[in-house]
Ligand binder design. Sequence first.
Ligand SMILES: [Fe+2]
Ligand SMILES: [Fe+2]
Length: 191
Amino acid sequence: MLGLKVPTNPEWVTVAVENIPAILSDHAHCEKKAAMFAMNMITRYPERSRLVSDMIELAQEEVEHFELVHKHILSRSEKLRHDKGGSYARQLHALISKNEPQKLLDSLIVGAIIEARSCERFSILAKHISDSSLAEFYTSLLASEAGHYRAYTDIAREYYPATLVKKRLKELLEFEAVIISSLDNKPLMHG
Ligand SMILES: [Fe+2]
Ligand SMILES: [Fe+2]
């Protein structure tokens, strides 16, 4: 899906469906962090008008998703938990170059890859969760997250040659495959 090199380990699916409250809380924090990442991109690149416009829209959608996940948490008489987080996003962010112009390209591609993996995991949850309202909710998020993948890659092609974007996307997707395969199937969205 969306260029990902390896599918999710089936063991994660088993852990996830058995720990829905933990998954929902982590998912909520992921949506919040996706919005924060988009706002942070605006702070770093205010003069990149295409990026600013797209990141405003993306951040708004991620905050809406955060609100929807939070409502699902409340409807199950649960509360948002403290963010335990995982190492997935941290390991990907560590691959971003410290120097421009590579830093912007890497940031956009890492943003795209996290959206792609989220999209894959939402589609898995939509298929395996027995709670039909939650399964429908995950289905409803798919198009939006796939759109975010395209937004990040489109912005990258706005500022860098398409061949360079393709090459770096392929490299970082290969690293992502190693990272996701090394995780120990915790009840986290990217666990
Ligand atoms: Fe989202
Ligand atoms: Fe997203």
